[in-house]
Design a binder for this molecule. Sequence first.
Ligand SMILES: Cc1ncc(COP(=O)(O)O)c(C=O)c1O
Length: 463
Amino acid sequence: MTTSETQSPASGRRHGIDLARLAALTARERARFTERRTRSAALAREAAEHWLDGVPLHWMTDWGLPFPLFVAEAHGSTLTDVDGIAHVDFCLGDTGSMFGHAPAPVVAAIERQAARGMTAMMPSALVPEVGRMLAERFGLPRWQITMTASDANRSVIRWARAATGRPNILIFDGAYHGAVDDTHVRLKDGKPILRPGLMGQVWPLTEHTRVVQFNDEAALEAALADRSVALVLAEPVMTNIGMVLPEPGYHERLREITRRHGTLLAIDETHTISSGPGGYTRAHGLEPDFFVVGKPIAGGLPAAVWGFTEEVERAMRAARAATPGYSGMGTTLTANALALAAMRANLAEVMTAEAYAGMIAGAGRLAAALESVIARHGLPWVVTSVGARVEFMLSPTRPRTGGEAALIGDGEIEGALRLALIERGLVITPFHNMLLIAPSTTDADVDALVGALDALLGELVGG
Ligand SMILES: Cc1ncc(COP(=O)(O)O)c(C=O)c1O
């Protein structure tokens, strides 16, 4: 069973919050959560017998709750736990269910395809159509499928090295691109180090992964100058260290510098797909060599895609011709018929321009309301949005780099707010206070979240 016992000093303030009040609120909400969720508590005790930390994936304990919330079912924006308590879900599986849980067209497509065979390691008849849809939507002509965005990024890194014949890659400090060994590197005092907490790593990742700060053109220029870097792997907006927005003109310069040094550019849209139907890339006219998106692309069924240009394809083919045999890429379940069917339905009927228009409008409403609540309570906090995604940060200013962003945040305050919101039937993401608006999220849902936060902050700020 997970616990995140939080202990506060008895007095003082942090980020505008009265710490004694925070401790009292946390104790009260933990007691309420435990009292009302007897079925989840019982399942947690039972699960502890055979699962590491009582869960099948350790991130499921990251919510800071007295024990995990076991889900009975989820539809649209509503997530109902095994105790029958309904919640409005603003986390949406950390983007995997960004278009709502169990979208009807995807459910129907999965049901149809499941009855006709799920995986055969041969292409299904939907392959040409889905390829066309991806090319039209995201603007790159060639595509491949993987099971997850982590897999997609691993493929892109390996292909980029093969296609360029260069050994190194570059990422931005504070980036997360999935469980991808090459990317678990951070910057400390100007030098790459292994990401703190990384377990079981025995070869030096820092040898072939360079790290610079986002928005720092001079550092990027210097890091690419020796022409040994195959790939820059970047989110268009950093989203995994809190959000870090690109400064005006940064993407143009990133593209110009990478091109000049013969380095390929991969844009990982796994979170920034919140920007619009074609991701941030289409919304802002970016010109990547590789494009990656996972999570919600098949409506919640595990699948990811990566696209690339014809020029990259030529280099990939040449590399493959020069190195026949097993490429080190691919997994047997990948691109199965079920994933293709779910993706087709999702792209055609769920992830539509109309859906995005409503989601982005809802996010705008939420961001404005959060800003006014924060201002009303006089808190030194800031709100950032990227399309249908909104976050509040416990900082008076937006960070310019991942290094700056890493210094922001307060697990105790954020954990208490998350717990108290869940207790009020409102689920927010356990990372960076991230809030997603699904097509099914209503204005009333947004008002309920803002109202609850307003009341909680009133209690925590005090007189
Ligand atoms: C930007 C980005 N890329 C890739 C991934 C990996 O996705 P997955 O865990 O589904 O493999 C994540 C996960 O959060 C991500 O945020």
